[in-house]
Design a binder for this molecule. Structure first.
Ligand SMILES: *[C@@H]1O[C@H](CO)[C@@H](O)[C@H](O)[C@H]1NC(C)=O
Ligand SMILES: *[C@@H]1O[C@H](CO)[C@@H](O)[C@H](O)[C@H]1NC(C)=O
Ligand SMILES: *[C@@H]1O[C@H](CO)[C@@H](O)[C@H](O)[C@H]1NC(C)=O
Ligand SMILES: *[C@@H]1O[C@H](CO)[C@@H](O)[C@H](O)[C@H]1NC(C)=O
Ligand SMILES: *[C@@H]1O[C@H](CO)[C@@H](O)[C@H](O)[C@H]1NC(C)=O
Ligand SMILES: *[C@@H]1O[C@H](CO)[C@@H](O)[C@H](O)[C@H]1NC(C)=O
Ligand SMILES: *[C@@H]1O[C@H](CO)[C@@H](O)[C@H](O)[C@H]1NC(C)=O
Ligand SMILES: *[C@@H]1O[C@H](CO)[C@@H](O)[C@H](O)[C@H]1NC(C)=O
Length: 555
């Protein structure tokens, strides 16, 4: 999932500057919305279209929405063509268009060129319309959105009370300014939109790969339309009851284990390969705790060529949390950042994990980068989908304090993660009759492939196990790795099973466990393993996809 603007994303950073590669080069207003897929060239190697769907599937009076869709087209002959695979990179609220624009080619390397690889912006998100927002301008958004991560709820004594009050403001703004459309921006409606997309492709059944929050979308689809499941992969799987009840505490079950793997991996790697090395794993953990305590009372000034801030407890917590999403690409950076921080220099860790360029009003700016388009609404889209989906919660400050107290028993990262509950406590919009579980089906028209990492900091494998049980016949594929979803711990083994599943409908044997290509702390002596070399292509494609997934979702 997402959690960040920087950190609350089922995978997320809240920066409106994330994933903007797609922006500058194409104007979606030039595409006429249609009930057909009217493909036009848009970005390099990509075709785009806008599909009309009902805003409210129960009433045409509510008017229409449009879904922005981008495909990396299949290059195979008509007889070899195997249809579209729809993709969701997580969030919620992240742009599937940006994802395919960035890594369509790499996805084709892994899955095959027999497929159209299709990214779409779920309703309310980015280039889809209406794009959800309760800000009247980018400047208004920039003044409200926490740029460098949600405040840690244990940073100060009044943090929960203050975040509660902000949540009330946000909930009321959203309600007042989102009248007419906001209640329809939900996962069940996006699942219905996926049926429309499939049908427009001329397909009877869905082919889909959803990661993180995309698991909630895929599983909800399978629960609502069990007879339309063609090939559905859910990867980095949420606990669906948690998702629909605004209580994501269970998602942090393995987060501290992931941090422990940092300490263990650093110790095992040795001083040459881990800059934060100490002569035992316990000592590394103790040094880290000492740093957390130190910046809490003595935050450090930080100025880099592109930004500046005060680096304190919240930013360090967010940096740690972000690094857990992708051990193989971020643990070494974290170690360097911590080592410099211990010397009183916060610039490395700040630059690597939480730096966001200061907001500039487009009109005032002489910056060479293009203005940030208003539809980069990752923040609003995330909270709209998350809180619209969840059962109404109405917690008081003291109830939230109790909630946080309980959540702390599950993870030391509850100070960041409990913000989900806090934010949704101020939410006022809930469409009556929306789907809210249980997420299950006695029989789907094809078994789901469910992928879970053994140490995932935001979607522990318990969610994959539970969801696999809710869809009899589905198969759990385990990736023995630390990190969030298979794309953040590239494994040729996993990618091979994905391809076999999509191409031939072959499921892995029950109990199959894959390993990642790269270790947590790659050795500076170069030589990855023999299998790492052999699988260079899929390793590289996987790394690129993981990096894009983190960019698009804001981690
Ligand atoms: C919604 O789209 C349908 C299909 O194109 C169209 O018939 C209908 O008039 C549209 N409704 C509105 C309010 O534009
Ligand atoms: C939230 O979930 C956790 C873990 O499943 C549970 O212990 C706790 O009681 C739940 N809290 C609420 C308010 O439902
Ligand atoms: C902090 O570390 C960075 C990266 O090593 C370096 O460029 C910078 O000069 C250091 N800043 C200070 C104040 O020492
Ligand atoms: C932008 O650049 C122009 C030309 O260099 C300069 O005259 C103008 O003052 C600049 N505007 C701002 C807002 O910095
Ligand atoms: C929320 O709290 C208000 C005031 O205490 C109460 O009137 C309302 O019924 C509550 N709503 C829910 C969904 O619990
Ligand atoms: C499940 O559905 C398939 C096809 O949709 C059907 O062939 C099969 O008999 C069903 N199995 C059960 C247990 O209902
Ligand atoms: C699909 O099955 C065919 C026939 O058994 C086999 O030749 C091919 O290698 C399989 N493709 C994949 C990707 O597993
Ligand atoms: C790296 O790989 C090369 C070529 O396979 C081999 O000759 C070399 O010994 C390896 N180095 C290490 C440190 O494993």
């Amino acid at each position: 999932m997402v959690f960040s603007t920087r950190s609350l994303v089922l995978s997320a950073v809240w920066s409106s500057t994330m994933g903007v590669i797609a922006d500058s080069s194409f104007n979606w207003d030039t595409l006429l919305p249609s009930t057909k897929l009217d493909w036009k060239p848009c970005y390099s190697g990509i075709e785009c279209t806008r599909l009309i769907v009902p805003l409210d599937y129960d009433s045409s009076a509510a008017g229409n929405a449009t879904i922005a869709i981008a495909r990396y087209p299949s290059t195979s002959s008509k007889s070899d063509y195997l249809g579209p695979i729809l993709l969701n990179p997580g969030g919620p609220g992240s742009s599937g268009v940006d994802y395919v624009v960035e890594v369509g080619a790499e996805l084709a390397t892994l899955l095959g060129n027999e497929f159209d690889l299709v990214g779409f912006d779920p309703r309310g998100v980015s280039y889809s319309t209406p794009a959800v927002s309760w800000f009247k301008s980018d400047a208004e958004r920039a003044l409200w959105v926490p740029t460098s991560g949600y405040p840690a709820l244990d940073e100060s004594a009044n943090a929960i009370a203050e975040q509660w009050a902000r949540a009330q403001v946000q909930g009321q703004l959203a309600e007042e300014r989102g009248q007419g459309y906001l209640q329809h921006i939900t996962t069940d409606n996006t699942a219905r939109d996926m049926v429309r997309i499939m049908e427009a492709f001329g397909q009877e059944k869905l082919q889909y790969w959803g990661i993180s929050y995309g698991s909630a979308l895929g599983a909800t689809f399978a629960a609502l339309f069990p007879d339309k499941v063609g090939r559905v992969v859910i990867d980095g799987v949420l606990d669906m009851d948690a998702w629909y009840s605004a209580n994501l505490t269970v998602e942090e079950t393995d987060t501290d284990k992931a941090l422990q793997m940092f300490a263990d991996g650093c110790f095992a790697a040795g001083p040459n390969d881990c800059a934060f090395y100490a002569p035992s794993s316990a000592q590394i953990t103790a040094n880290l705790q000492a740093l957390l305590a130190s910046v809490k009372t003595n935050p450090l000034p930080v100025i880099t060529p592109i930004s500046y801030d005060v680096f304190g407890y919240t930013l360090l917590k967010n940096s740690l949390f972000t690094s857990l999403y992708s051990a193989t690409s971020l643990f070494q950076l974290l170690a360097e950042g911590l080592a410099n921080l211990a010397k009183g220099n916060a610039s490395t860790i700040y630059t690597s994990f939480v730096q966001v360029p200061p907001f500039e009003c487009p009109a005032d700016s002489n910056s060479t980068s293009p203005p940030i388009p208003f539809h980069h609404n990752t923040f609003e889209a995330l909270w709209s989908i998350a809180c619209n989906d969840a059962s109404a919660v109405n917690d008081t400050v003291s109830e939230l304090q109790q909630f946080y107290f309980e959540a702390q028993k599950v993870s030391s990262f509850a100070d960041l993660w409990a913000n989900w509950r806090v934010v949704c406590s101020g939410w006022k919009v809930h469409r009556p009759g929306r789907f809210s579980g249980p997420v299950q089906a006695a029989n789907t028209s094809f078994p789901l492939l469910v992928v879970g990492n053994t140490v995932d900091p935001v979607t522990p494998i318990s969610g994959a196990i539970k969801t696999a049980q809710a869809f009899p016949g589905s198969v759990l594929l385990t990736l023995d790795a630390v990190g969030h979803t298979s794309v953040n711990a590239p494994s040729t083994c996993v990618f091979g099973y994905l391809r076999e599943y999509f191409v031939n409908g072959t499921l892995p044997e029950v109990g199959t466990v894959c390993t990642p290509n790269a270790p947590v702390f790659p050795s500076s002596e170069g030589n990855s393993t023999a299998s790492g070399r052999r699988d260079l292509k899929s390793s590289e494609a996987g790394r690129a996809i993981g990096a894009a997934q983190r960019r698009v979702t804001g981690h």
